[in-house]
Design a protein around this ligand. Structure first.
Ligand code: C2E
Ligand code: MG
Ligand code: MG
Ligand code: MG
Length: 274
């Protein structure tokens, strides 16, 4: 299994390809070693249709086990990987892995993969994605990328161009963590997103009337942009009711399913179908 990944990893980062000069070979080597030792993996969290509860897709989340055996949080290792550039080969591996995993199970409608602005700014990202799609044979509309709102899109021609290239491949573009930064509003104005994920802090604040009012306003705002609405961080049935009452399209959170291995996900799909 890991051997397979290793071989395909080599294929994706073709040294002789002059368009991939921004990928540092040492970093590729580090990722390759981590993969070979199975220290890097993906878990999948269900995203459900709010009203029916059916699985609409899954979000891929990266897991990393340090050489010491400790599980390191993505909140810790993603920023480091971004600073060092390691995120570029790691991120391509994640897209590749996610494509392979959903291809192996037709009951998973789609997968969303988080991508960092560093990846979007890297040379030939869209080309690499196209290569992964054609190599795995995954239909582009089964793949979405989650872009975190924190990134300042306004005026960033390289990022907007990259997002446009990705959309023309047929993959979906989602805006993640909406409402947490100052960039969200200009993001939805400049880029056509397929869906917007409202940050969990807004749902969690709905225990107060003021928080409820705020949440309603944000849902209305996103709805007016024409994007589908995903509410993340659903931890209780009360919170699910809040989201359902506002008819948000999709919901995600510990109450609706934890991030889990692809094997456990398959069992969940079995029991969901029954
Ligand atoms: P995110 O994309 O906003 O992902 C949601 C995070 O919230 C995940 O944390 C998930 O496990 C957690 N979560 C899910 N449901 C609930 C809930 O009901 N309550 C609470 N409190 N939390 C919930 P995780 O896996 O630790 O990931 C943290 C962040 O790291 C992600 O935030 C994402 O921005 C980043 N990340 C994870 N995997 C990748 C990756 O492959 N590439 C990139 N670039 N970033 C990634
Ligand atoms: Mg996300
Ligand atoms: Mg994110
Ligand atoms: Mg999020």
């Amino acid at each position: 299994n890991a051997k397979n990944d290793k071989r395909n990893c080599v294929k994706i980062y073709d040294k002789s390809d002059p368009t991939q000069t921004d990928i540092d070979e040492n970093l590729v080597e580090l990722v390759r070693t981590s993969l070979a030792q199975e220290r890097l993996s993906l878990v999948y969290q269900p995203i459900r249709h709010t009203l029916s509860g059916q699985i609409a897709g899954v979000e891929a989340l990266m897991r990393f086990i340090a050489p010491t055996g400790k599980n390191v949080s993505p909140a810790v290792f993603i920023p480091i990987a971004e600073r060092t550039g390691t995120i570029i080969p790691m991120g391509l591996w994640a897209i590749y892995r996610a494509c392979r995993d959903i291809l192996s199970d037709a009951r998973i409608p789609m997968v969303s993969v988080n991508v960092s602005p560093v990846q979007l700014r890297s040379q030939s990202f869209a080309l690499s994605v196209a290569a992964i799609l054609s190599e795995t044979g995954v239909m582009p509309n089964r793949l979405a990328f989650e872009i975190t709102e924190g990134l300042q899109i306004e005026g960033q021609r390289d990022i907007i161009a990259c997002l446009t290239d990705l959309r023309s491949l047929g993959v979906k573009i989602w805006l993640d963590d909406f409402g947490t930064g100052f960039a969200g509003l200009s993001c939805v104005r400049e880029v056509q997103f397929d869906a917007v994920k409202i940050d969990r802090s807004f749902l969690h604040a709905t225990s107060s009337p003021k928080g409820q009012e705020m949440f309603r306003s944000i849902v209305a705002l996103v709805r007016n942009t024409g994007c589908a609405i995903v509410v993340e961080g659903v931890e209780t049935s009360d919170q699910l009711n809040v989201a359902a009452k506002l008819r948000v399209d999709y919901t995600q959170g510990y109450h609706l399913g934890r991030p889990q291995s692809v094997e456990t996900l398959r069992e969940l799909l079995e029991s969901d179908a029954a």
